[in-house]
Design a protein around this ligand. Structure first.
Ligand code: F6P
Length: 329
């Protein structure tokens, strides 16, 4: 007979991303509709170790879907990496009478979830990271908002670069992946985009593209660098040394992680939050929720963690075709 789920916990862990609040709200509201009690664990896995929790209800999640960040706070826990830490976390689950945990975050969060599931605590994972680098899902909560934030910033930079006929080198986040950089680069019409998935060929990928743009009559240049590929400071210096330009360097940094979530992030987060609780209510556990071709899928955690996602290199060709350097070739 299926075990009746009476109470679950929800937590956010790792780097925050816009839309996490919408996911928390969906978990809480869906729990209420299924007759399940919901407890918020604060500060991620560390909060589970420290018994740091708050009761959640329809009231305290009201309208949080429009807020960036996470009302539950987030953390990266060293202690949870240890057996002792995880034993304490299991004790908290028992003390609170939790029949399951919904963990919202990235790969690190899911590795923690897998360990907890091995100790007998059922879990469900919701992918939320601005990096969009989780193999089992084609979309992660926060990516769209982060792209929009970076695009807005770069559009502003372009105004002043155009006026002064300068070169701008902008570094975007993404950890070891180039999804954010490539998407943003296409959207802003960058002269060049450097991603970790493609070996850096500075001469061809940066200098030749700037020179071809110049030949096409362009007098300002936008180079987007994924943090996993290089640093904007390094690329700026290399441009200076190579062709004597005086680029301006901008590191967008954590501004990309903030802000009110976009419609896409709110909607996806709400669907994922809903599906995670429905899964528990219907007797499924230890899966990661993902999107594939727009629909929601559930993948066993271990399998999900082994899945790889590749940067769509055809998009790189689109970028080349769009830029003036491509047209000038
Ligand atoms: O994983 C999300 C992310 O924002 C990455 O893009 C970035 O490399 C990292 O987190 C920054 O982490 P922190 O918040 O610890 O500076």
């Amino acid at each position: 007979m299926e075990k009746k789920i009476r109470r679950i916990g929800v937590l956010t862990s790792g780097g925050d991303s816009p839309g996490m609040n919408a996911a928390i709200r969906a978990v809480v509201r869906t729990s209420i509709s299924c007759g399940i009690d919901c407890v918020g664990i604060r500060r991620g896995w560390q909060g589970l170790i420290n018994s740091d929790f708050i009761p959640l209800n329809g009231e305290n999640v009201r309208h949080i879907q429009s807020r960036g960040g996470t009302i539950l706070y987030t953390a990266r826990s060293e202690e949870f990496m240890t057996e002792k830490g995880r034993e304490k976390a299991v004790s908290t689950c028992k003390m609170l009478g939790l029949d399951g945990i919904v963990a919202i975050g990235g790969d690190g969060t899911f590795r923690g979830a897998l360990e907890l599931s091995r100790l007998g605590i059922p879990v469900m994972g919701i992918p939320a990271t601005i990096d969009n680098d989780i193999g089992c899902t084609n979309y992660t909560i926060g990516f769209d908002t982060a792209c929009n934030t970076a695009i807005e910033c770069i559009d502003k930079l372009r105004d002043t670069m155009q006026s002064h006929e300068r070169c701008s080198v902008v570094e975007v986040m993404g950890r070891n992946a180039g999804f954010l950089a490539l998407y943003v680069g296409i959207a802003v019409g960058a002269t060049s985009v450097l991603v970790p998935e493609r070996e850096l060929d500075f001469q061809n990928d940066v200098i030749v593209r700037i020179q071809n743009s110049r030949l096409a009559g362009i007098t300002h240049f936008m180079v987007v660098v994924a943090e996993g590929a290089s640093s904007a400071i390094t690329i700026g210096e290399m441009i200076r040394d190579s062709i004597g330009m005086d680029p301006r360097v901008t590191v967008l940094g954590h501004i990309q992680r903030g802000g009110s979530p976009s419609g896409r992030d709110r909607e996806t987060a709400t669907r994922m939050g809903y599906c995670s609780v429905r899964a528990f209510a219907e007797g499924r556990e230890n899966n990661i929720i993902g999107t594939q071709e727009g629909g929601i899928v559930e993948i066993p955690i271990e399998e999900a963690l082994a899945m790889k996602k590749h940067l769509q290199m055809d998009r790189y060709h689109i970028l080349e075709a769009m830029s003036s350097s491509g047209a000038g070739k």
